[in-house]
Design a binder for this molecule. Sequence first.
Ligand code: XMP
Length: 537
Amino acid sequence: MSGHALIIDYGSQYTQLIARKTRAAGYYAEILPAGQPLGPALAKEPGALILSGGPASVNSPGAPTLDPAILASELPILGVCYGMQLLTQNLGGRVGRAPTNPEASDGANQIRARQTGDPQSGDLKGGEYGPAEFSLTVDSPLWAGLGPRLEVWMSHGDSVTALPPDFEVIGQTRDLPRAAMASAAKKIYGLQFHPEVHHTQGGERILLNFLRLAGLEPTWRVGSLVETLTADLARQIGDGQVLLALSGGVDSTVAAALLSRAIGKNLHCVFVDNGLLRHQEAQEVKAALLGEFPDLNLIAVDAAQLFLSRLRGVTDPEKKREIIGQAFVDVFTAEAKKLGPIEFLAQGTLYPDVIESSSPYGPSAMIKGHHNVRWLSKDLAFTLVEPLRDLFKDEVRVLGASLGLPEKLLWRHPFPGPGLAIRILGEVTEEALAVTRQADKIILEELERSGLAREVWQAFAVLLPVKSVGVMGDGRSYLRALAIRAVTSVDAMTADWARLPDSLLARWSSRLINEVPGINRVLYDISTKPPSTIEWE
Ligand code: XMP
């Protein structure tokens, strides 16, 4: 592939946004974590390099450094925040502590740092976090179609205190005289603010201006990948047999559709009913899939008793995940044995999973034992097939639509592999499952009826291990509380609680209290991620 952008990731929470925005505009972009060898990525002949932000200070020992191959490539470069500072340091300029914004107390800084999702910026004194007014002081191709002032999003402790030779300032804020720099001759640019975040006015335009001045063309379309991906899969698998863990979620469904197109009957999809699914989910998934792919080899395994018996008495969230992951492995291994020799295991791994597992800060940043399939790849001697590993979720939906999958399947809310087990705080019993399942059904029904289901990333019930006193009829009740979690998000990495109309909250409350036995109190969770997470466990 040529003419794409290569993004070097120095650990910013926003790096993926850069790739998503440029891809959505038709410019293919790949992310490479800093510290990994550049050779193979450069061999694919990118046409431009983007250096991301990151939480470190370029002056701290152990901070990620600039690979000399980056400057040696002589490609156009855009450095964002940390990326700008790295360029400055390596091209003969200077980086120091940013001036303290007199309006920002330490407390305010910490709050802003939390809002920006940058775990280390909360410790910083000085610097700028949040919106700033930016003036475009020089006519530059980077500013084409913009100006003269933009509200931009800042999140930095350091800043450029002396420009490298041959660079000029092309924009500033009140506190930062060198907020953007350029060497037009070398086509190297630096921005102290984050053009990739939603809050930066004209940010996407700036990214696209850079790619355009680098000579790239917006020719990439996810839908046109169907033929290439199908041919690649057919070549990789040949006559081999493939086992696919099908959850009925978007990723595994699209993976199944692609593989079925590539290898037909050599694909064996295993759908496990682990007893932790939503109301009627097993039946619905089976019906929907067979409706779309009547020829699909779909093996539905009822393993509810196995999962529930292993979960008995367990309350620790990570222990639950581990037990469920291991039970999945056991079920799949047994099915694989029944099917005869199976060489490949297919997974709907997405690009964010690939990037996160190779983050410059390593797996220590892992908050929860996600990715149920983690255990699979470790324990089973299969070759992995991951047809979606270069794509983001929104791209997978577009691909699914190009494959002819119906919207109903493509727009299902994500549902975690451990299912309702991580939405029942405390022990997972049949009774707790019945309560949570019924509450979940009501929440989804009413959300659907309100017409807001697409605005919401996920909405679900969480059964709490807390009892409270209530009054029902003339009697006292002492029953459990149930929380509703409804969030908006673009990629589940950050999330906000959904601002839903009172009428919907009222419908939820009244139906839940009246129809679901065992609860007498309904709460609406108003926590953002971070610092909370979407699921409660
Ligand atoms: P958190 O709770 O970390 O969740 O904010 C982010 C997204 O991931 C889903 N999730 C999981 N998915 N296995 C999964 O397949 C898991 O163990 C798991 N835990 C959380 C969650 O529903 C949300 O969409």
